[in-house]
Design a protein around this ligand. Structure first.
Ligand code: NAD
Length: 453
């Protein structure tokens, strides 16, 4: 399913964290790559300086680079109190990228969306791509990402341009400029003992090179729609999909209470049983504890069931008849063009286990750091009140608060996604597991900051 001719790539936001990893992956496989960004941080590939909200600047870069495939990763970072900037870059800027792509005969546009586009503050459990973005987004960032995604998908087929949107969740890894910075600040302030919520909520983190890998797969498989025979359809949806087992081990289910990254915060009354079950999984064994929630039996085929696919294809056929010639072209959930894909590590983990793994590793390299203090856990409601006060205080003194209601909500809900569609249709498998990814990120951070390994 890969395109017959090699593409020439323009990475928009190529100086950024994810953008740079995409550039490195493309270079490693011998592709021709240029970058477009408002700042230049690297000098090994042609760089075009510009702002995506200026269509002519994007257009010039497309022409000079001779790009046939644009990968658009640019966005202001999450957490800025400037809704107008998000709209300018993520909506108007994305429209400008689409216009420049169509005007210059670009074949492919891969857009980095975000898993946050479907988040409204409530639990997301094994969420797949059928869930639409909420009517009211969590904040201006997510709202603008959702709108940008909508524009990109609506542009699929325009002037020969094919488009796809990827929704990564919680990107982390070497080069990161948000997650590691925030966690190391908490460590330096010796505030690692505070916890909001009970840490029984699962969260999806995604190692950065896995996200980059997904972008390359999406670009490679972004080809014009073709008719899939019954046999071809079956080949995509009916082969055995092994458990993602890079870190968690093949028998660990994301919904199990076993904790791959950290020890229990407060051991539940049936901790021993859980551990025994985890260490020696036996589907036939009888477990006595009634308080233990049984593992969720997930129908991995739900999002791609025959019924769902048939309904999607029937709707697409009706749409294509009703729409004008320049309207959206039909899409197929088993082909890449015009589709969205969640991209995660496939290893949802208990929210606070991830920062604790980072802090543990930082502590090992910081002999002078004060010893860990007794853990203090705030219920979510208390956290929300404190965050409200912090936001109010920040507004009063004109400083952006570090502790916000968004962060409290974020740390207390389940937020994990189903990546079956990405695995089957893009052929995506996470290459680096969570535990290894955390190690690589912290090792990079230590090297950058002159800490001993
Ligand atoms: P980043 O800030 O490291 O990179 C973004 C790059 O875009 C930066 O180099 C920045 O200079 C550039 N940029 C910003 N505004 C621009 C403009 N107007 N014109 C041209 N370039 C501009 O961010 P990142 O973490 O690498 O995120 C990459 C993408 O992934 C973003 O679209 C983001 O919304 C999305 N995403 C990130 C995460 C995450 O956890 N980091 C999660 C989900 C989705």
């Amino acid at each position: 399913m890969s395109s017959p001719q090699k593409d020439i790539y323009l990475i928009i936001g190529g100086s950024g964290f994810l953008g740079r990893h995409i550039v490195e992956k493309l270079l490693a496989r011998g592709d021709v790559v240029s970058t477009f960004d408002i700042v230049q941080r690297y000098h090994d590939v042609p760089f075009y300086s510009g702002d995506i909200s200026e269509e002519n600047q994007v257009s010039q870069a497309v022409q000079k680079s001779a790009a046939t495939c644009i990968i658009h990763t640019a966005s202001p970072p999450h957490g800025i109190d400037d809704p107008a900037l998000y709209w300018k870059v993520n909506v108007d800027g994305t429209q400008a990228v689409i216009n420049a792509a169509v005007a210059n005969g670009v074949h492919k546009l891969v857009f980095t969306s975000s898993a946050g586009v479907v988040f409204n503050g409530e639990d997301l459990v094994n969420t797949d791509e059928r869930l639409p973005p909420p009517e009211k987004s969590m904040d201006a960032y997510n709202e603008s990402k959702a709108k940008g995604e909508e524009l990109v998908l609506a542009a699929n087929g325009k002037g020969g341009l094919l488009t796809v949107a990827l929704r990564p969740s919680g990107i982390f890894g070497p080069g990161d400029r948000q997650v590691m910075h925030g966690l190391s600040q908490v460590f330096e302030r010796n505030q690692t003992n505070f916890q909001i919520g009970d840490n029984n909520n699962l969260f999806d983190w995604t190692y950065v090179t896995n996200v980059a890998h997904a972008h390359l797969l999406a670009a490679d498989r972004l080809v014009p729609l073709k008719h899939l025979s019954e046999q071809e359809t079956s080949q995509i949806i009916n082969y055995y999909l092994p458990t993602v087992s890079l870190t968690t081990g093949s028998r660990r289910q994301p919904t199990s209470e076993a904790r791959p990254l950290g020890p229990y915060v407060v051991p539940p009354p049936h901790a021993e049983e859980i551990e025994a079950r985890f260490n020696n999984p036996d589907p036939q064994a009888q477990y006595t504890s009634i308080s233990y929630p049984p593992p969720v039996v997930r129908s991995r085929f739900d999002p791609l069931s025959d019924a769902v696919i048939a309904r999607h294809r029937a709707l697409a056929a009706i749409n294509s008849k009703e729409k004008e010639a320049e309207g959206p072209i039909p899409t197929d959930p088993l082909q890449v063009a015009g589709q969205v894909f969640f991209i995660t590590n496939g290893e949802p983990t208990y929210f606070w286990d991830f920062p604790r793994a980072v802090w543990r590793s930082l502590r090992v390299s910081s002999p002078s750091a004060p010893s860990e203090r007794r853990r203090i856990t705030f219920p979510r409601e208390v956290g929300l009140v404190l965050a409200y006060a912090a936001e109010w205080w920040g507004w009063l003194v004109g400083k952006e608060p570090a502790f916000t209601r968004f962060r409290v909500t974020f740390s207390c809900v389940h937020r994990w996604h189903n990546i079956e569609k990405a695995r089957r249709v893009l052929g995506y498998e996470p290459e680096v597991g969570l535990e290894e990814g955390v190690k690589r990120m912290v090792d990079w951070w230590k090297a950058e900051h002159g800490m001993k390994p």
